[in-house]
Design a binder for this molecule. Structure first.
Ligand SMILES: [Zn+2]
Length: 359
């Protein structure tokens, strides 16, 4: 029971009165009020405090302690209510948490990609060479020696060297034999590999050179370098998250494997295609050669998808180190299933049309 005075809204007179608490309710003048129906003024020392009821009646008292005690109880009640609300909406809470985490992860990945985009062009040529050496050594020892006649090799190398002699990167064209798969691959240093199968599939040197222009595009646009940087950021981040920073110094060792384990994004493939078209036009070559070799890739792709034929190719040349076939598959660039070859051909033709219009 708390003693005090009450004033009605209509009269200035205050009369002795009392209130009492029943759970979260206040009993006053024979009526019960919920705690959220009344407004209670803040406590300032031991000065008079006012409790205003919804009907305009005001109760005043200096007996502050029991009011605080009651309010504390209500707060606890509120917290408990919040917890039970949380429990009831646990599904929603989980969904929101997952979405927020996904968004954070997206931000981190997006940030890493942007950072790699800025950093890649600044990496000195010597670093690129050092970084590519490990992968180059691995490829050279894993693939079978080429069977392309030396004269044919020399023809291609001659054009390739004229194309790249003014570049800051130490370009180099290498031939490898690999499971009869027509393909090519570029290292950040400028070493470009082409498989025997690609040269055999091509109708002309121009078609091979068109694929090489695409690979030069990856080098000039720093795609391999970006991939290495992205991968090192991610491994670094993972090590930090796992709390195993002691392995950070081993990161450099794994850098070159990034090139072997990832393939370029769709955007990067399209960028390299566009680069190749522009490059061929600039070198006075017919850009249509890129389209025609990609049409052959498309036909090859369709052929490979036929189950019987797919099995037959198994007997083709195996690499010396056949222990990690997925690693070997991942290295190959042009003939990758994304973006769809068909879509790439359309984009190439569109670009060639645009260039012809402006000429
Ligand atoms: Zn590519």
């Amino acid at each position: 029971m708390i003693k005090g005075y009450f004033t009605s809204g209509t009269s200035a007179r205050s009369l002795p009165s009392e209130i009492s608490f029943q759970g979260s309710l206040i009993s006053f003048n024979g009526r019960l009020y919920r705690f959220d129906e009344v407004s209670i003024s803040e406590r300032i020392g031991n000065s008079t405090r006012y409790i205003r009821f919804p009907d305009g009646v005001e109760f005043e008292t200096t007996d502050n302690d029991p009011i605080d005690l009651w309010l504390d109880g209500i707060n606890e009640h509120r917290t408990l209510r919040k917890i039970s609300l949380l429990e009831r909406h646990l599904g929603l809470v989980i969904v929101v948490s997952v979405l927020m985490t996904a968004f954070l992860v997206f931000l981190v990945f997006d940030g890493i990609q942007r950072a790699a985009g800025w950093l890649a062009p600044t990496v000195p040529v010597e670093w690129r060479v050092t970084l590519s050496e490990g992968t180059e050594g691995w490829i050279d020892s894993s693939f079978e020696d080429t069977e392309i006649p030396i004269l044919k090799q020399q023809e291609l190398i001659k054009t390739f060297n004229t194309w790249t002699e003014s570049s800051q990167y130490p370009y180099q064209l290498k031939f490898v034999r690999y499971e009869d798969t027509p393909n090519a691959f570029a290292l950040p240093s400028g070493t470009i590999y082409v498989t025997d199968a690609l040269i055999k599939m091509a109708e002309s040197n121009e078609e091979v050179m068109a694929v090489l222009a695409h690979e030069i595009g990856h080098v000039e646009a720093h795609h391999g370098m970006e991939m290495v940087i992205e991968s090192s950021f991610l491994s670094g981040l993972l090590l930090v998250i796992l709390g195993d920073a002691s392995q950070l110094d081993q990161l450099a060792v794994g850098l070159s494997t990034a090139l072997l384990q990832n393939s370029y994004s769709r955007d990067k493939e399209r960028e390299a295609d566009a680069f190749a078209i522009d490059w061929l036009v600039k070198k006075g070559e017919d850009p249509q050669a890129l389209v025609s070799i990609f049409e052959k890739f498309e036909a090859y792709e369709a052929d490979e998808l036929e189950p019987e034929k797919g099995d037959e190719t198994e007997e083709a040349t195996e690499p010396k180190d056949a222990g990690e076939p997925s690693k070997l598959e991942a290295i190959l660039d042009v003939f990758s299933t994304h973006p769809a070859t068909d879509e790439r051909i359309q984009l190439m033709q569109e670009r060639i049309r645009q260039i012809k219009q402006t000429q």
